[in-house]
Design a protein around this ligand. Sequence first.
Ligand code: ZN
Length: 330
Amino acid sequence: MKNGHRNDDDLFIYEREIRPWLPRRIFDAHSHLLNATDHDDDQAAADPFFYQVDMKDLQAWWQLLFPNAKVNGLVMGMPVYNCDLDAENRFVAESVVDAEDRFSLMTRPEMAPEKLKNEIEKYNPAGLKPYLTFATVADKQQARITDFISEEQLQLANDFGLAVTLHVSKPRGMADPENLQDISRLIRQYPKCQFILAHCGRCFIVPNMADALDGLPTAENLWIDTSAVCETDVFLELFSRYDLSHILFGTDLVNAAAFRGRYAQLGLSWHVVTPDMVTRQGGLSARATFAVYENVRALLRAARFCQIGKDNIQNIFYRNAARLFKLTST
Ligand SMILES: [Zn+2]
C-alpha cells in the first residue's frame, strides 16, 4: 500500500470535517485496480501515479481513509499504458469476491459485440467501463459518447441490465449540448442500461455543473457519481438542483485519488495540483491531504449548507447504490 498513512493534518480534517457526518455504511461506486504486468510501456515506470493495486490494497485504502465505516465498491481496471484489456478484466473479475462488491468490464468501442457478450456471460459483471481514451475519432477531446462505446455494446448493456460508467469528453463535459442531447436519447433508447455519469458528469468546476444541470434530464436509469470533484460549489449546485436519489458516492481510488493534492479549478479549467507544484521560495512547503479527503470534505460541506439531511447523505453514500446494484446488506 504505497504512501498509506495518515498524518496529523489528515486526522484533523477527518475529525473536524468528515467523521461527524460520514455514514457507517459506504458503497464506493467508482474505484480501480491496476495489475502492473497487464501494462507495457517504457514511460509507465516514470509515472508516480502508476503502481500495482490489488483488491487488498484498495480495501486497505478504504480502511485507512474511512476507519469508522464498512466500505464496498464498484471496481474497474485502469486502461493506461498499453493495457491488455482482456488480462486486466480477468484480474479485476477474479479479484472481486466479496458478495457486496461489484465490478465492471473495460471496453473498447471496436470490441466485437459477440466477444463482449461472451465476456459478460463468462464473468457476470455489474457494469461496463468504456474509456474516452479509446475513442475512435481523431480528436478525443471532442468525442461523443457513442464514439467510445458503440450502440451495439449499449444494446448488450441494456439486454443484461448493466451499468455503464461514462467519463464523458468535450471541454465542458456534460454542459456540452451534444453530450446532453446524446444522454437524453440514450436513457430512453436503452431503458434497462443504467448510465452513471462519472465525476459529476465530468463537471469539476461550477460553471460546467451549473450549465449541465440546466439541461440534464432525470430518469430512473441515470445516475451521477461524485468521484474526484474537489470543489464545494459544484456540490452546492448538484445537491440543490438534482435528484438526490440518483447521486452515488465514489472515490476514484486508488491511483487517481490516493495522492496528496487535489483536482483544482483554475479559471475555466481544472488540474491535478500536488504540493511540489506550490512549494514556496524559502522551503515553506504545502501540506496537502489526500485528494479523496478534499473530495469528501467538499461534498459533506455542501451537503450541510444545502441542508439535505442525514437520510439523503446516507442515500448518497450507500442506499442509492444498494438499490442500483441490488446489494443485500443495509
Ligand atoms: Zn476513474
